[in-house]
Design a protein around this ligand. Structure first.
Ligand code: NAP
Length: 250
């Protein structure tokens, strides 16, 4: 049985189904570029438990994780997360596909993977079982042989010479009709997107655990000053909170 998810704010609601949860994150103007990022963290700010996010992700978080893929044109993920979490192809389940086709979207979002070193196996199911040709986003100094090998199974796009240029990434995706970008991390990619002030929304699940220790946070790097975000929604499932913040705030 699905974990029950209630809405606490702004519109209270009990036991929301997936379609209602999706409606809550659907944007009116799908042509307007939007970058949403999703993370789970412990109460004390850890992004991993034993090196993975899974240890902190309960059933409710997994539901929200899946729901957030539904309205996406493209799911953007750093290669570190792809490798650590053992990602497979970006293939949504049947209810999600039904929802997408009913809402005039393609059956599956595009999977876009960010990598500088291109340590990605072209024979992985990520590429061989992909329902849509994935995109590999890289930089000019990435190894040419790996780039050529990946170009056989994915579209490889170069955004930046020595360093990734987040706005060039978003522009390249936008020019391919992929305006609604959903990023599933990880911390290095999120840090780079934040530093470029490219993030429009953060969906953060607060898992009811304390981790202490040296577990990493959801964002690497540093910002010249704090970035204010405005609270947009609060969901709850038992002890777990699922918060949505958008650009703005203090
Ligand atoms: N709590 C959560 O919700 C959550 C979510 C996602 C991940 N995680 C955890 O985070 C850990 C992975 O962290 P991570 O920081 O390595 O994740 P990441 O950002 O997904 O991956 C870093 C790698 O992605 C590529 N990359 C990302 N940003 C880049 C940039 N600005 N420029 C060039 N390349 C870039 C590079 O790939 P190459 O090495 O191929 O060059 C880099 O080494 C894992 O333990 C994972 O479980 C937690």
């Amino acid at each position: 049985m699905n974990a029950q998810i209630d809405s606490l704010w702004p519109t209270p609601g009990i036991d929301l189904d997936d379609d209602t949860l999706t409606a809550g994150v659907l944007r009116d103007d799908r042509d307007e570029p939007w970058l949403r990022v999703n993370f789970v963290s412990s109460i004390d700010g850890a992004a991993t438990h034993n090196g993975l996010s899974g240890g902190m992700s309960g059933e409710a978080d997994k539901r929200v994780f899946d729901v957030l893929r539904r309205p996406a044109d493209v799911v953007l993920v750093g290669a570190g997360t792809v490798r650590a979490e053992g990602y497979g192809p970006m293939r949504l389940d049947e209810p999600a596909v039904r929802w997408r086709t009913a809402n005039t979207l393609s059956r599956h979002p595009v999977f876009a993977i960010v990598s500088a070193g291109l340590d990605l196996d072209p024979s992985s199911t990520i590429f061989t079982d992909a329902p849509v040709r994935p995109i590999v986003v890289t930089i000019g100094r990435s190894p040419l042989d790996r780039r050529n090998a990946l170009a056989e199974v994915a579209e490889v796009i170069v955004c930046g010479d020595d360093d990734l240029e987040p706005h060039a990434v978003l522009l390249a995706l936008r020019s391919r009709g992929l305006a609604q970008v959903h990023c599933e991390g990880g911390p290095m990619l999120f840090g780079a997107l934040l530093a470029a002030d490219a993030v429009d929304e953060l969906c953060l699940t607060v898992s009811p655990v304390l981790e202490a220790g040296s577990a990493r946070r959801i964002a690497n790097g540093s910002l010249p000053q704090s970035r204010g975000m405005a609270l947009a929604a609060v969901l709850r499932s038992d002890e777990t909170l699922m918060l949505r913040y958008v650009r703005g705030g203090r």
